[in-house]
Design a protein around this ligand. Structure first.
Ligand code: HEM
Length: 423
């Protein structure tokens, strides 16, 4: 979250007076256990509010968030303050209009195909089985860090074709280390600091890894997404790299959170879990309902390109050109104007898919098919391989977080076969 480039049209005192609830909300309120309560209160009385804690406008209504997502001419990502671009370079995530399309288009088809590919399903099933085999005998595990996270990172590495051999640590460990340094770099830039050295080094190391993977080539080149896309020639090598980086990093924390949240919701609703086990065709609905309740990426940021307004008819709020706007997908997804009994995890909900968890409009997530694939694989593997799987409620926490929402701890138990006792 960064500081507004343009001074608010009103002084901060009068904004606080106009948006008293927004003024009282802290970052902790929006990320902690009360987040949905706080978002609901904002949506009721100040669906577009000024948040001094974030230094941004905050939108919690479904209709208004969807309107802003679709209107990139008015609410853009293309702004010099966009911190990811300052760290990894301009990419589809930080551009709008024709340039955005030029950066995004080469990746759309290949990622969609990967998300519908039987080969990727089989690969992910193998990876999930190996992870579970690693802890099966224990009868207890923390599934976010032991299953969801490692599966999400290994699937995207495999799909991109990034796994050229490296000495020392595994490619997964390397990528996670780079991700941590780059994410910390993005945060530092958000807070007005220069790009930290570890982030710059991580970007360079990843650039080399992409180069090695391209050079390595294999008999299975057709399956290597980066080889196919770089061969299409529509992006310069810097542009290609920046977009590979956002695809790679776009999949890691979100993928982990999506899988962990779906497991959390199913395991904390045993009645609905039983229905999914009995009728696996309900699994996709369960995944969508979990996405609605806890979008892995809870907010997206935009900048007003012109003086504009946003708000329900008759109560439009003026927003000045250059002001930053945060769209709360978590708030929009529980809007009672869009979803009946929005706080319920309900497999029978007819319009579950109307959630905004993969955004809408020109920046709608291009990894959604792949993310669904890996979530289906992870849940099926856990349910099929871990008999009588149950949440350890005392050791598990509900999803939380301001930008990414996931359980800090998702501890489960299952029954293990008795070991043969030596005679
Ligand atoms: C395989 C996993 C994933 C990949 C490869 C991926 C990749 C991407 C990419 C490259 C974009 C930028 C698209 C653009 O700007 O044109 C994007 C956008 C987005 N993704 Fe994903 N993503 C993945 C998983 C997820 C998950 C699990 C979620 C949340 C549940 C998610 C939520 C979003 C959202 C909200 C946006 C819009 C960002 C914005 O408008 O500023 N993604 N994704």
């Amino acid at each position: 979250m960064d500081e507004p480039r343009v001074a608010p049209t009103e002084d901060h005192g009068s904004r606080r007076a106009r948006f008293p609830l927004g003024a009282s909300v802290t970052e902790e309120d929006l990320s902690g256990p009360r987040a949905h309560e706080v978002l609901a209160a904002l949506r009721r009385t100040e669906p577009v509010t000024w948040s001094p804690a974030l230094g941004r406008w905050l939108v919690t209504s479904h209709t208004l968030a969807a309107t802003a997502l679709r209107d990139a001419d008015t609410f853009t990502v293309d702004d010099p303050r966009f911190s990811t671009a300052l760290v990894v370079g301009p990419s589809m995530l930080s551009l709008d209009g024709a340039e955005h399309l030029r950066h995004r288009t080469p990746f759309v088809g290949p990622l969609r195909s990967a998300g519908n590919s039987d080969r990727v399903v089989r690969w992910a099933e193998g990876a999930a089985a190996r992870l579970i085999d690693g802890f099966h005998q224990r009868g207890r595990a923390e599934l976010r860090t032991e299953l969801a996270g490692p599966l999400a990172v290994s699937v995207i590495i495999e799909v991109l074709g990034l796994s050229a051999p490296r000495a020392g640590s595994s490619i997964e460990e390397q990528v996670l280390a780079w991700y941590r340094d780059i994410a910390a770099g993005v945060l530092a830039v958000d807070r007005g600091r220069p790009v930290p050295r570890p982030a710059a080094l991580a970007v360079e190391a990843l650039r080399q890894q992409v180069g090695c993977a391209l050079d390595a080539g294999t008999a299975d080149d057709a399956a290597r997404m980066i080889t196919t896309i770089s061969g299409s020639g529509s992006l310069s090598s810097d542009e290609f790299f920046s977009n590979v980086a956002v695809v790679l990093f776009g999949a890691i924390e979100t993928g982990e959170a999506m899988i962990a949240n779906a497991l959390y919701h199913l395991l904390s609703h045993p009645d609905q879990l039983t229905r999914v086990v009995t009728d696996p065709s309900l699994l996709d609905r369960a995944i969508d309902e979990s996405l609605r309740l806890e979008p892995a990426a809870a907010v997206v940021d935009r900048y007003a390109t012109v003086d504009t307004t946003l708000g329900p008819p008759g109560a439009e709020i003026p927003i000045a050109a250059g002001e930053p706007v945060t769209l709360s997908l978590a708030g929009a997804n529980r809007d009672p104007d869009r979803f009946d009994h929005p706080d319920r995890f309900d497999l029978d909900r007819r319009n579950t898919g109307a959630h905004l968890s993969f955004a809408r409009g020109p920046h709608a997530c291009i990894g959604s098919h792949l993310a669904r694939l890996e979530t289906r694989v992870a849940i099926s593997a856990a349910l099929n391989r871990l008999s009588s799987l149950a949440l350890d409620e005392a050791a598990t926490t509900a999803p939380s977080g301001l930008i990414f929402r996931k359980p800090a701890s998702l501890v489960v138990r299952w029954s293990t076969p008795r070991r043969a006792t030596p005679s």
